[in-house]
Design a protein around this ligand. Structure first.
Ligand SMILES: Nc1ncnc2c1ncn2[C@@H]1O[C@H](COP(=O)(O)OP(=O)(O)O)[C@@H](O)[C@H]1O
Ligand SMILES: [Mg+2]
Length: 282
C-alpha cells in the first residue's frame, strides 16, 4: 500500500464524514482519519498529501486547517475560507468588497446600538450571531421590545461573538431559500429548502422541507462567485430571493450535504473524492 494520501480531519463522525471516507477509498485513495477530539495536532508533518477539513466546530476546523497549511499540506477547505465563511460578519464584508448583494445589515455590540440598527432596518428584522449554524440564535424581531430582551439575554453569554448582533432586513420569502453546492468552481446542484409549519427558518435541522431544483443561470453565477470570493473549494452557498433577484445569505465552509444528496441524487462524497484525486494527480 502507498503512503497515506488523504487525511480526513473531524470531531464528530456524522454520516457525511463516513461517506467521504468511504468515497476516498472507492476512488483508490489511501485515507486516514484524524479525530481532533482524541489526538493533539502539532506543527509537524502529518505525512499526508492533503487534508479534508470536517470538524463541526468552526474553531476546530479553522485551527486544524491553519496547522496543516503551516507545514505545507493543502487543505479542503483552506483556513481562510473556513474563517471568512464561518463568521457571517467577515462573509458579508468580503461579499460587499466584491459587489455581491446580501440583505441590508448592521452589526451592533450593545442594546443601544442594536436599537438604532432596528430603527434603520425597520420591522420585521432578523437578529443573528456572527458564528452559528442550524438556525441557532437566529431570531425574528417584530418589535423593539423583543430586540431589547434578546440583546439583554445574549449579554449574559460568555462569548464576545455571541454578544455581537447582525441585525438584518427580513427578506420576505426567506421561509424558502436555496442551497447551491460548489466544488472546484463547478456547480454540483441546487436544492430549495422551505420552513416547516410554525417555523420561519428553513434549516433542515429545524425540519425544513427540501426539494432538488435545476439551478438557473443567475443562481449558478452568484454561487460560483461567492465561492470564488471566499476561495472555497467545496462550499455550500445559501441564497435568499426577493423581487430584486437572488442574494447571498451565507456560505458554509464545512458543508453538511446529507439532505442535499437526498434532494438532488448527486453523489457528493464521490464527486469530492474524485476532485481530491484530480487535485493530487495534477
Ligand atoms: N435576512 C433574512 N430574511 C429572511 N429569512 C432569513 C434571513 N436570515 C436568515 N433567515 C432564515 O433563517 C435561516 C437561518 O439563518 P442563517 O443566517 O442561515 O443561519 P444559520 O447559519 O444558523 O443557518 C435561513 O435558512 C433562513 O430561512
Ligand atoms: Mg443557514
Amino acid at each position: 500500500m502507498e503512503a497515506v494520501e488523504v487525511e480526513l480531519i473531524y470531531d464528530v463522525a456524522r454520516l457525511e464524514e463516513r461517506l467521504i471516507f468511504k468515497a476516498l477509498r472507492r476512488v483508490g485513495l489511501e485515507a486516514a482519519l484524524t479525530n481532533v477530539k482524541s489526538v493533539p495536532i502539532g506543527w509537524e508533518s502529518p505525512g499526508v498529501s492533503l487534508s479534508i477539513i470536517r470538524p463541526v466546530s468552526m474553531h476546530r476546523a479553522l485551527y486544524a486547517a491553519s496547522i496543516r497549511e503551516a507545514v505545507g499540506v493543502p487543505t479542503v477547505n483552506r483556513s481562510s475560507t473556513i474563517l471568512f465563511s464561518g463568521d457571517k460578519v467577515l462573509t458579508l464584508s468580503m461579499l460587499r468588497r466584491h459587489g455581491v448583494r446580501f440583505p441590508e445589515s448592521y452589526v451592533a455590540f450593545t442594546v443601544e446600538a442594536a436599537e438604532k440598527a432596528l430603527e434603520k432596518i425597520g420591522t420585521p428584522a432578523v437578529d443573528k450571531p456572527p458564528v452559528g449554524s442550524w438556525g441557532r440564535l437566529v431570531s425574528l424581531i417584530r418589535d423593539e421590545e423583543t430586540l431589547r430582551s434578546l440583546v439583554e439575554h445574549r449579554e449574559m453569554l460568555p462569548s464576545q461573538v455571541a454578544r455581537t448582533h447582525i441585525i438584518q432586513r427580513y427578506v420576505d420569502g426567506g421561509r424558502t431559500d436555496y442551497r447551491v453546492l460548489v466544488l472546484g468552481g463547478e456547480i454540483l446542484g441546487a436544492m430549495e429548502r422551505s420552513a416547516r409549519e410554525g417555523e420561519w427558518r428553513s434549516n433542515v435541522a429545524r425540519g425544513g422541507r427540501i426539494r432538488g431544483v435545476k439551478p438557473d443561470p443567475e443562481m449558478m453565477e452568484l454561487a460560483a462567485k461567492a465561492a470564488e470570493i471566499l476561495g472555497g473549494e467545496f462550499v455550500a452557498v445559501d441564497l435568499l430571493k426577493d423581487d430584486g433577484g437572488y442574494m447571498v445569505n451565507e456560505v458554509n465552509g464545512v458543508p453538511e450535504f446529507k439532505g442535499f444528496m437526498e434532494a438532488t441524487q448527486v453523489d457528493v462524497p464521490l464527486r469530492l473524492a474524485e476532485h481530491v484525486k484530480t487535485v493530487l494527480r495534477r
